[in-house]
Design a protein around this ligand. Sequence first.
Ligand SMILES: [Zn+2]
Length: 429
Amino acid sequence: MSTYKLPKKLCNELDGVVIRFLWSPKKLSNKCYTLMAWKDLCLPFEQGGLGFRSYESFNETMIAKLAWGACKLVGSEDSILVWNKPWIPGLPNFKPVPKASLDIIPCLTVTQLMNEAKSHWNQNMLSSLFDQDTILAIQNIPRWRVNQQDRWIWLKTYTREFSVKSAFRKACQVDLGIEVNAVMKKIWQTQLHQRLKMLLWRIAAGVLPTSDSLIRFLPNLEISCPFCNVCDESLIHLLWECSITRAIWFGLSGICSDHFQLACSVDLVKVIVFPCADLIDALDVDSFILKGALILDLLWKARNNKVHGKGFLEAGKLMLDFGRIWRDHSAILKTPSINNGADHRTVKWEHPHDGVFKINCDVAVGYHFSSIAVVARDWRENMVFAFTRKVNTIIPLQVEVEAIIWAGHLVIFHGFSAVIIETDCRQCV
Ligand SMILES: [Zn+2]
């Protein structure tokens, strides 16, 4: 792929595999409803896409990389041919322009343009061969070390190392003029779970399969709102303007959604990810974003349950269930306003007395499982062992206790006689 141009048909077929997986992962048939054009999905995250790489552009990127950004770094070897290799940053294609009416010697190497010690350029030689711009550009080449190797460098990254990402960005340069979409960018910067980020993106991009967007593909679709059965279902109506939805927003977060006139679905996500100060109330911003995203998730799930599942909606039960969901998620967020019992002050590690081992326990609470880590050091601060493992609980206190119990087992296994077990969870102590 980095050497040959792939046929367009093959690239399209490969793109098709990704598209089918994205929109219809469970179905084998070729037919799927695509609510967003492939070229828009290939835009970077901050421009509203999902950063997919179309095979054709990617193939072109790989092939054209030498012309865009790869250049020979001049050393004191004689591997660079003056007229054939790209070696002068700042010139088109990094190649020199000969002086008018010059007879070019094809095998001339760059080291032959240097003085005998290979420490500086031979100015007379430069003047006799190149036009003025080329001479200036050559003189701007950073000084090489004697015995430095000639090698390829990539001028599009700070480190001068080639990266496919930088080459692909270069290939998509046509898109860089598009105004960076602050809302889209913010979605991916939040501390939310990837699933909730994806939900916010789908709302902002207008690709949730509500009736008003599916009607293009399914003309006989029932389009009334499944919550109120009064208005037509649109994304904004369902998640913000419907009377049932308004009650849920107010009941769960105190937000009066009728105070906000939303022009498009991006505005809805904007209210959540860039909340105004009086909306946040007692929460910090991260907790507010989490709560807003969870309410949207709750509404979308309730809608799908009503349309595809049980066929009824109990707003009161939904709101009761939300209390549990909110507690679980906010505990994981570990924001300062939510104390899960762990003391997160930075505490300096203190030496135990001679002959005593010290075990430190730490945990990372996840959405589906958690990880615990146990590190043992001796009184000289030498590490004796460090282990991590997965535990099947997401309740923070339980995870902390699991870590301490595991530390106890490891102490017995290693036969330590004098031990201190240290945890940052106050409730466990
Ligand atoms: Zn409604």
